[in-house]
Write a protein that binds this ligand. Structure first.
Ligand SMILES: C[S@@+](CC[C@H](N)C(=O)[O-])C[C@H]1O[C@@H](n2cnc3c(N)ncnc32)[C@H](O)[C@@H]1O
Length: 290
């Protein structure tokens, strides 16, 4: 029997960022990642926006419902709902004034900052993350409308949140596949396909094979397309050691790092999974060009 993907060996090549994922507020997350030029949510934003506008058109609805797997402190939600750049987000969460603030003050300043921005995009965002504090913070600030602190690698989707997932139009992830495998996706597919099958858009580091997830989604009648020839910089390596380990890991998987990871950065690729018929009718490149 197929026991599913196990990314634990591959993850050994990567510096462990676990200590910044679940702090009571996002200051350490943003200051650490800013130093490493963490940029994948910004790189992903125009593609997500394109998909949201296509779905809005196709489904004839104003509000689009997005599920962000591995939502952390609501990073993608902030960029998409408020049309912010990653630099603006870094500037807010790492500003001098917040350095000695209590969590309560950080929350207040966050709420004020986001409420003063232009009218937000008509999006509902549901966020799932195993990091309870991060999800709670994203919800308190109002970046995610619903925050679900769940680890779908270890538990099934709680019955009482199933109905929240049914209206989702688009499921997204940045920087999360590798921590999660097809197990998390499989546990979401029943509600995601119940009414109008959601589109599933993932930015995935090249070191994590996507075939396990592709196969699992295929069992639900989904076709996955990779945006060939497009590479998205995720972040700089923490150290020469991390780079060496990742480059070696990629070579062992027959993935050529020349000009990409060999230049000092993690690189992600984009995968879109949609119900077979629609994906055949309008392939990814055409969908994005339309
Ligand atoms: C690199 S961060 C990316 C966060 C956010 N998407 C972004 O791009 O800024 C990885 C996230 O995956 C989350 N994560 C790790 N394991 C997870 C799991 N089993 N289920 C859900 N989220 C998980 C972490 O808590 C963390 O928030």
């Amino acid at each position: 029997m197929d026991s599913g993907s196990d990314f634990s060996g591959i993850n050994e090549a990567k510096f462990d960022m676990g200590s910044i994922y679940d702090r009571p507020d996002p200051r350490a997350y943003f200051s650490t990642l800013q130093e490493l030029d963490y940029a994948i949510p910004a790189k992903a934003k125009p593609l997500f926006q394109k998909l949201i506008s296509r779905l809005r058109c196709q489904r004839g609805q104003e509000e689009v419902c997005v599920l962000d797997l591995g939502c952390s402190y609501g990073v993608n939600a902030a960029l998409l709902k408020h049309d912010l750049s990653m630099d603006e987000l870094y500037d807010h969460w790492t500003q001098e004034e917040l350095a000695r603030a209590t969590r309560e003050e950080v929350v207040e300043m966050g709420q004020q900052f986001f409420s003063e921005l232009e009218e937000p995009e008509d999006l509902k965002v549901i966020g799932i993350d195993q990091a309870e504090n991060a999800v709670a913070f994203a919800e308190e600030i109002g970046l995610v409308d619903e925050g679900l602190p769940i680890d779908l690698e270890r538990e099934t989707l709680p019955v009482d949140v199933r109905d929240e997932i049914v209206p989702v139009d688009l499921m997204i992830s940045t920087g999360c596949v590798g921590y999660v495998t097809e197990k998390s996706f499989e546990r979401l597919m029943q509600p995601l396909t119940e009414r109008r099958p959601a589109w599933i858009a993932n930015f995935v580091l090249r070191m994590f094979p996507f075939d396990g997830i592709e196969k699992a989604l295929g069992r639900w009648g989904y076709r996955t397309e990779k945006l060939d020839g497009r590479y998205f910089k995720q972040r700089r390596f923490v150290s020469a050691e991390e780079q060496e380990q990742v480059v070696e890991q990629l070579r062992s998987q027959d993935v050529d790092p020349t000009g990409l990871e060999a230049e000092g950065q993690f690189v992600a690729e984009f995968y879109l999974s949609r119900p077979e018929a629609g994906a055949r009718k309008l392939p990814l490149r055409q969908l994005l060009a339309a």
